[in-house]
Write a protein that binds this ligand. Structure first.
Ligand code: ZN
Length: 257
């Protein structure tokens, strides 16, 4: 795989060595490198005839709960079969060199947690969490069995209030989880380095994070194989896949300073 300039990686590695807090902000590109389809790509096979906007809203769930629930269980199955790539391990390894590492992700696949990252803020929720529609009572993910085949699955009823159980993800028209957003904003304002990985400028309001970090004096590093809307804002651009760039950075931290 192509690797960015050694001098660029050296500069980022030395900023990482100095930093007290590093934020790693990840988007769909990070997941795609592990073979996880993006939100829109996830409409294949049986699901190809639907529009994501027809499946990822509260309205859609109220109208066709079994269809929406089945789609999310199918996506969870795809994610469970995927293996986190070397970039995820590199994010975990960063914790050995930096006092505080905060991962802020727009992805719902839970791969950062599975890889072993300690502090992960999932701004769009997770396919591994469920709660009821009416009162947001938490529902254990283990209690939601994997269906034998893809298709509609009737959601279980909440044991507390009887309301249907829904996926713990943020749907169109919903606000991001307040606590996670506040923690992400605070980390962005305090970090020494922000690595922005596999995202084409981030979806609003998460798109504000790199700007907050840069305005507060952090080094903002774009890690992406393609140029994006973020490139002009970034202090440093590491052009390449996360699975190559992040391990290369960690290798430098492991080597002599
Ligand atoms: Zn409930």
């Amino acid at each position: 795989m192509a690797e960015p300039d050694a001098s660029v990686l050296d500069a980022v590695a030395s900023a990482l060595r100095e930093a007290r807090l590093v934020v790693v902000a990840t988007g769909a590109g990070m997941s795609r490198e592990s073979g996880i389809p993006t939100f829109r790509d996830a409409l294949t096979g049986l699901w190809a005839r639907f529009d994501p906007a027809e499946l990822a809203t509260e309205d859609a769930f109220r109208r066709a709960p079994a269809r929406v629930f089945g789609w999310y269980l199918w996506r969870r199955k795809v994610v469970r079969a995927a293996v986190p790539h070397a970039g995820y391990d590199a994010v975990v390894a960063l914790e050995r060199f930096v006092p505080h590492v905060v991962v802020v992700t727009q992805n719902v696949d839970g791969l950062h947690r599975r890889a072993g990252s300690g502090r992960v803020l999932e701004l769009h929720g997770s396919l591994e969490r469920f709660h009821c529609l009416a009162a947001r009572h938490a529902y254990p993910a283990e209690a939601v069995a994997e269906p034998l085949e893809d298709g509609e699955v009737e959601p279980p009823a909440c044991p507390h209030c009887g309301s249907p159980i829904r996926p713990g993800v943020v749907w169109f028209g919903e606000l991001l989880p307040e606590r996670e957003v506040a923690a992400a904003w605070e980390a962005a304002a305090r970090c020494g380095v922000m690595l922005v990985v596999g995202t084409s400028g981030l979806v609003h309001p998460a798109a504000a994070l790199p700007r907050i970090a840069r305005d507060a004096g952090a080094m903002v590093v774009e890690v992406n194989p393609e140029p994006s809307d973020l490139s002009s804002l970034a202090t440093v651009v590491c052009r390449g896949p996360a699975g190559a760039v992040l391990p290369a950075l960690v290798a430098r931290l492991e080597g002599p300073a």
